[in-house]
Design a protein around this ligand. Sequence first.
Ligand code: SF4
Length: 494
Amino acid sequence: MADPQGFMKYSRSDAPKRPKPERLQDWNEVYLQEDPAQRNDAVRTQATRCMDCGIPFCHSGTAGCPLGNLIPEWNDLVRRGDWELASDRLHATNNFPEFTGRLCPAPCEAACVLAISHDAGGAVAIKRVEETIADMSWENGYVQPSTAAVSSGKRVAVVGSGPAGLAAAQQLTRAGHEVVVYERDDRLGGLLRYGIPEFKMEKKVLDRRLAQLRREGTKFVTGCEVGVDITVEQLRAEFDAVVLAVGALRGRDDKATPGRELKGIHLAMDHLVPANRACEGDGPSSISAEGKHVIVIGGGDTGADCYGTATRQGALSVTQLDQYPMPPTVRDDERSPWPVWPHILRTYPAHEEAGERRFTVAVRRFVGDDDGHVRFIELQQVRVEKDSSGRRSVVPLSDEVEVLPADLVLLAIGFEGVEHMRLLDDLGISLTTRGTISCGSDWQTTAPGVFVCGDAHRGASLVVWAIAEGRSVAHAVDNFLTGSSNLPSPVIPN
Ligand code: SF4
């Protein structure tokens, strides 16, 4: 039984971070490696703030956790110090809580009843509790391979090894199917490997989970582009079902702004991938911010990743620009008691370290030198307007222009969907107007026996949604192969 007055006795406290000067000297995670006993005591106090609500908005629904994480249940187990059972209940709905604990922006916390009022001291620190249970699970050996009792004799190919593909693969392997994950890159993990910087999640966290999947029987093939290195005919001949978890990595460009063709202007992933490769020991990054004035355009997760990466690379200055105002902290609809969850704009640890964020601004022009390299940007104050159909436009507030130095410009303005790949052509799958792959209510695409999940289906989204879709597509594939399925299916296709 939870303590209904816990939130009145204890204040919310987030995980302590390493001092800024220290964390800028390396690429390790920004959070402090605390003494486990001290950490566990602090987190038990945080879990005690949970009221175990009759209707726990944190747990599911439109605003809460898409995985249906059993948040009040494991909060209470942590409060009582039963970490092993808490680990069991956490893993019951989430294959990779150490990923979500580190990377998810926590819609569950925005949905928490205690987030309604500042008088309540803020939401329960759910993310901190989740990450600690997950790390405790590894430290104490609670995470073990879970192998299937019986083999189905069916084979499934999963294309892509990001969080959606890995979740689907683990669920299907545990259901008794032989699963092979194909990854076109030289290492596994997709965005978790080459998109997310080490300071948000160290790769050893990914590697230990991959080792568990291997021990359970999931097979992996790297450096293999399905549709090129293995044909669709071979895929069809060798597998009973295929899951497409190919992500949505086609970066949005800004072709309309004059000067875009100048050297030194890059899409965000062109900066993040070589930076992550450098951390893996592949040699210096091909695009470095060292000694440069850096402008990051776009205020979302990817922009913050570029921001923290540029700071660590030794940028002279880093400025992040966004057309939108500061993250909202107030209700935007008086009929709703909940604060607005900042879907796009949030403050990240990287923002506390160095540099500057500018809101309600847009670049009017990139200005270059005689060598055709960007050197300045012209900036204008703007506001974003929405017409009656919901279409947004950016309107300058005046003709006044501010000039900022810019030797490296990184465009982190979103993704436009799935990259072009021969695999989709050969399967006869065409993309939606959003650049994604559509499917029926059973997650099956227009190609029979071929399923889709994650960003490839949903568009660029949160890691928690990728895992939820991976789990759901596993249910659908298991049902397709055997006529029924006991696997959970937390979400439906959008
Ligand atoms: Fe606990 Fe908040 Fe969820 Fe209520 S909404 S059960 S207080 S975490």
